[in-house]
Design a protein around this ligand. Structure first.
Ligand SMILES: [Zn+2]
Length: 402
């Protein structure tokens, strides 16, 4: 059999679910043809007839699946560095709000940015993630808060997937915050979000629908109204749930068969049980926990006991997690949330792929999947979680291409 590429003399963390732990293989080999993996496993068991147009000697390096950042707000205008500085200098939230800070400032900057501006501002953030081996990224809207600006954010996100060799999944997050002009009328704004959904679905701009269910954002009832419309349009859903209080967001997400429920610091046992029953992935976001100095850790032990898959993501956003390192996120998952090395690595590959509904295509090194590889200069996979601020990426392959 003639194939495009073979990577040999490598060690593999396949993340294949049929194997225990990380699915480690010493003396491994990966073969790919037309962007898809045709074999990943022990070199000794590879098809003997393999004839490669290109053979890469990995000199004993480790190969993992390309990393998957499954929860980001990567596309936005401006930044919040000034607000960060003011807050550290002792300014109150009221003062910052009076100066036009907070999410309102990001909404203003995003609305005034063109699609080109949004792409140009997001590219350095995307490049930082790509430089660490990210091959798939989810990007949300949610700083436009009116149809045209939300569309512009989603179009910019789609364009990022054409500007770089990376798989982009987009999520419509119209129910992220109240737009300043709504005057606090949540019912009317949720009506508006429900009206935004059909044209966004029509233009195929969103692969999923998300909302922020929290006492400072939208209630369970308001969120459910958005999800009802998403369901009728056949769009998968996910949810920012239980980050600051137990608003029973995880249970709501499960009731709607959500792909994922994200944050989950205050989720209770019943929420975890509901997620397990619904097959909803838990996406934990230690960068936001760190940056806003949260005190409550998500119920990791209850998730483990229930067998809920746990994914990890940067939550890259200007207000609560200006983080563009999935490697650092893994370290934070271990140090702050006490995830194991295996959980961190699975959380940034296999389980993140599940959170996007893409595990049939990416997230593990298995025949039939996209050939998305991260090749590392390390002696053991634990180094990817252990180090802080060090990038041992040797090479990154996206759909078979370097
Ligand atoms: Zn988020």
């Amino acid at each position: 059999m003639t194939v495009d590429s073979v990577w040999q003399n490598c060690r593999l963390a396949t993340l294949a679910p049929r194997l225990p732990g990380l699915g480690l293989v010493e003396g491994g080999l990966v073969a790919a043809d037309r962007g898809k993996i045709v074999y990943a496993g022990p070199a000794a068991d590879a098809p003997t007839s393999l004839d490669a147009r290109r053979t890469i000697d990995c000199a004993g390096r480790w190969i993992t699946p390309g990393l998957v950042d499954c929860h980001t707000h990567l596309v936005y205008g401006g930044d919040r560095a000034e607000e960060f500085e003011l807050r550290l200098a002792g300014a109150s939230y009221e003062e910052i709000a009076r100066r036009g800070g907070g999410i309102a400032s990001t909404v203003k900057a995003t609305r005034s940015a063109s699609e080109d501006d949004l792409v140009a501002q997001a590219l350095p953030r995307l490049d930082a993630l790509i430089a660490e081996g990210v091959t798939t990224i989810e990007i949300k809207s949610g700083y436009g808060l009116e149809l045209e600006a939300e569309r512009r954010q989603l179009r910019a996100a789609r364009r990022l997937g054409r500007e770089r060799q990376v798989t982009v999944r987009t999520t419509f997050l119209g129910a992220h915050a109240m737009p300043p002009e709504a005057g606090g009328d949540k019912t009317a704004y949720i009506d508006a979000v429900c009206r935004m959904l059909p044209p966004i679905a029509e233009e195929k701009l969103a692969d999923a629908v998300d909302a922020f269910c929290e006492n400072i954002a939208f209630s369970v009832e308001e969120t459910a109204r958005v999800f009802d419309v998403a369901k009728t349009l056949g769009l998968p859903i996910r949810l920012h749930a239980d980050q600051l209080t137990n608003a029973h967001g995880a249970a709501l997400a499960a009731r709607y068969g959500a792909l994922a429920a994200d944050h989950l610091e205050f989720t209770d046992e019943a929420g975890v049980t509901a997620m397990k029953a619904a097959g909803t992935v838990a996406v934990v976001l230690p960068g936001a926990y760190y940056f806003i100095r949260e005190k409550q850790v998500p119920p990791i032990e209850a998730m483990r006991r229930a067998g809920v898959p746990i994914a990890l993501s940067t939550d890259c956003n200007p207000g609560s997690s200006p983080l563009t390192s999935l490697l650092l996120t893994m370290n934070m998952g271990a140090t702050l949330f006490r995830l194991t090395v295996d959980e961190c690595l699975a959380g940034a590959t296999r389980e993140a792929a599940r959170a996007l509904g893409l595990f049939d295509r990416i997230g593990s090194l298995e025949a039939g999947k996209d050939c998305d590889l991260a090749i590392w200069d390390i002696e053991r996979p634990a180094e990817l979680v252990y180090r802080i601020g060090f990038n041992p990426l040797h090479a990154r392959i996206w759909q078979g291409n370097a």
